[in-house]
Design a protein around this ligand. Sequence first.
Ligand code: ARG
Length: 271
Amino acid sequence: MDATSQRLLMCRPTYFAVDYAINPWMDPTAPVDPALAVRQWEQLRQTYLDLGHTVEEITPVPGLPDMVFAANGGTVIDGKAMAVQFRDPQRADEAPAYRAWFEDAGFEMYDPKHVNEGEGDVLLAGDHLLAGTGFRTAHASHAQLQEVFGYPVITMQLVDPRFYHLDTALTVLDEQTVAYLPEAFSPGSQAVLRRLFPDAVHATMADAEVLGLNAVSDGRHVVLPAQATDLAAKLRDRGYETIGVDLSELRKAGGGPKCCTLRLRQGKASK
Ligand code: ARG
């Protein structure tokens, strides 16, 4: 299997905290170790560098504890960047910060007309854009994604509040293959996934409950939460190399490796 070198955007969790609850993972009364969160994030960043990826960093903004979750900062494909609009007011100010970064970096900008939480809910799988809805990203935004990017958009209906973003329920492994938790999707969306990806890896609830599906694949190496041991074994059986990372502190906000990582797709060549 061929690994693709990727250009990634990350945001250091300098101001990370769990101050509010906008998903079932977040408990503002439970202790969080912010220094450990930074060390875990640095390990994730180093893992990408060791794999030969390029990591760019956006400057964290005080008062935006979830800004570490760069996947929610936008959707970037073929040199086009679609900015985001968050469902929750607590995260609203992250959108212009990410938008400014994309603009400075020279991407062609598009603004969302509806709630759209970026790569948290929008995943490019081969020539299809899989777009989640049900909790965050509005269904109406799917039509705009198709217009902007010109990939057929497949709506994925999420049904379990613990798996509120598509990237908590499904991982793109390469152009042909995904891994997912069937129960996180409506019956119709499960049927679509079976049709599109007959050889998909099915994760167990135990894997999903440690955010195992919140993984980053370069087509050969899969970076995933260290606790997702069954999923890692299944991926190794399929020929992937798995790299476990511990993001226990960020998981208290409902995020894993993929949430901390936004893929910057320059153009077709570097897709
Ligand atoms: N606390 C954040 C939220 O609820 C976590 C975001 C995780 N990001 C992701 N791409 N799934 O919005």
